[in-house]
Ligand binder design. Structure first.
Ligand code: NOJ
Ligand code: CA
Length: 521
């Protein structure tokens, strides 16, 4: 556990604690449940998934208005998820197995039940009044035209009866935005960083890193804002309520703080659709990496993926690595967006691009979304939060009633069945991760895409030691590709029936919806 840049070659696994494993039968996943399944994630043998770092979505005390992203105490664990002692066990157990742990850092807002906000809202003269963003209304309405990121919430402002002013909330009204310009707030937030680093965590996933500051004059956004289905899709360029220069300053400060504690990781969530703005957030002295959010917005189209990967690769600082995720707790699952076989091709893409792969729990099984009959989430994200399917009946997740229904695919998309099936999605993930770990070209090599026929995406990964080619067929029909001259060896295919062996680069046959990894020479 020593290498300074461990994160550069890490495969990250996102755990949504509520949905991973329930240890006490209340139907809600918890920290002990995670501890009990650490061997599944990495036990040092090819039988486990072999991931290097766990990102845990929030497990802090929360009224759950946004399922944990509304925090009422930054330095504790919600009793539904366990205790600080469980965090210690989790971190220790992960470290013993060579895995790092990164936790979610939500600095933009707290819960409206956080004691800071209760004080702040109590009177205009309360010493914590300025810890949040308060403003007078305009013409009987909110102070300006900013909207909440959740379509259903409407304006980003709510009037508080006690004092007659409005407070800002970029998300639900239960998530008031902190005023990070206030030095006392900054000091309080710094304490939070220190607290979790002292618990032994190895870094942070930074929630909405681009939203931490808003225009000090609260100016109206230039264009009237249409309603958007998902906040990630906002064409939110140069708006006054996000992407302000002070965010970079705070993130640099955090980076410095983290570096002072050892080799940690800052993984940014920066849902800005303009790549030229996104790349400002990672590399150099900012966050180490950030999600390439355009990646999860692409249709199933080879040219679209090639375009978005090439664009970000060209814009990013030479040394900077983006993070590629196919799904998260905010994004519908890969199988639901694209289909089962497509998801295998997408997995090969994610693990072979230049960047950090981030696997959302259950993606390795090809689990599909399973929306409940009655929506619980304010932004319709229940479907992708389906409990982890450990075996066909659901008892592997809980002995009680799960907080969300399992998928109809539980008979096949489960760990028990897939562990035993050589051609399963789980075993494909294991092979891809193992291959990646052994390959300097995949971990550290450069990337370049090649021109290729429609509905194929072909790229080269090269290190001083090796040269690999990845050829992905997005089409539902076979194709034969001419990729170059000379011999190569087929190392891996998304089609488990296809065996490794020599191929000629002049004619590489690809099955319908098949991806292959070739070693040149
Ligand atoms: C991004 C998180 O991923 C999402 O789940 C949450 O609703 C918002 N930030 C607000 O914290
Ligand atoms: Ca539980």
């Amino acid at each position: 556990m020593t290498t300074e840049h461990w994160w550069r070659s890490a495969v990250i696994y996102q755990i949504y604690p509520r949905s991973f494993a329930d240890s006490n039968g209340d139907g809600i996943g918890d920290l002990r449940g995670i501890v009990e399944h650490l061997d599944y994630l990495h036990d040092g043998t090819p039988r486990s998934l072999g991931v290097d770092a766990l990102w845990l979505s929030p497990f802090y005390p929360s009224p759950q208005a946004d399922f944990g992203y509304d925090i009422s105490d930054y330095q504790a664990v919600d009793p539904a998820y366990g205790t600080l002692a469980d965090v210690e066990k989790l971190v220790e157990g992960a470290h013993q197995r060579g895995m790092r742990v990164i936790v979610d850092l939500v600095m933009n807002h707290t819960s409206d039940r956080h004691p800071w906000f209760l004080e702040s809202r109590s009177s205009r003269s309360n010493p914590k009044r300025d810890w949040y963003v308060w403003a007078d209304g305009r013409d009987g309405g909110p102070p300006n035209n900013w909207l909440s990121s959740f379509e259903r919430c409407g304006p980003a402002w709510t009037r508080d009866e006690t004092t007659g002013q409005f407070y800002l909330h970029s998300f639900t009204p239960q998530q008031p935005d902190l005023n990070l310009r206030n030095p006392q707030v900054r000091a309080a937030i710094r304490e939070v960083w220190g607290f979790w680093l002292k618990q032994g965590v190895d870094g942070f996933r930074i929630d909405v890193a681009h939203r931490l500051f808003k225009d000090g004059q609260l100016r109206d956004n230039p264009e009237p804002l249409a309603a958007y289905r998902r906040y990630h899709r906002h064409p939110e360029l140069r708006q006054y309520n996000l992407d302000q220069p002070e965010s970079h300053e705070l993130l640099r400060e955090l980076r410095c703080f983290l570096d002072g504690h050892g080799p940690g990781l800052l993984l940014g969530e920066v849902p800005i659709s303009d790549d030229s703005r996104l790349v400002e957030y990672f590399g150099a002295d900012g966050m180490h990496t950030a999600f390439h959010i355009a990646f999860w917005e692409q249709p199933w189209d080879a040219a679209a993926f090639r375009g978005t990967v090439d664009r970000l690769s060209a814009l990013a600082r030479p040394d900077a690595l983006p993070t590629y995720a196919l799904a998260t707790h905010d994004i519908p699952r890969t199988v639901s967006r694209y289909g089962l076989r497509q998801a295998r091709v997408a997995a090969m893409m994610m693990f072979t691009l230049r960047g950090l792969p981030c696997v959302y729990y259950g993606e390795e099984l090809g689990m599909a979304d399973s929306p409940p009959e009655r929506a619980l989430d304010v932004d319709d994200r229940d479907g992708q939060r389906v409990p982890m399917q450990w075996e066909p009946t659901g008892t592997g997740f809980t002995t009680g009633t799960p907080w969300l229904p399992f998928g109809r695919d539980i008979g096949t998309a489960n760990v028990l069945v897939q562990d035993a099936a050589p051609d399963s999605s789980l075993n494909l993930y294991r092979r891809l991760i193992r291959y990646r770990h052994a390959s300097t070209a995949l971990r550290f090599g450069d990337y370049g895409s090649l021109d290729s026929p429609a509905q194929t995406f072909v790229y080269r990964r090269r290190s001083p030691e090796e040269e690999l080619l990845v050829a992905l067929n997005f089409a539902d029909r076979p194709i034969v590709l001419a990729i170059g001259e000379g011999p190569a060896r087929l190392e891996l295919s998304t089609d488990a029936a296809r065996s490794a062996g020599p191929v000629s680069l002049r004619s590489v046959p690809l099955g319908a919806l098949e991806g292959v990894l070739l070693r040149v020479g």
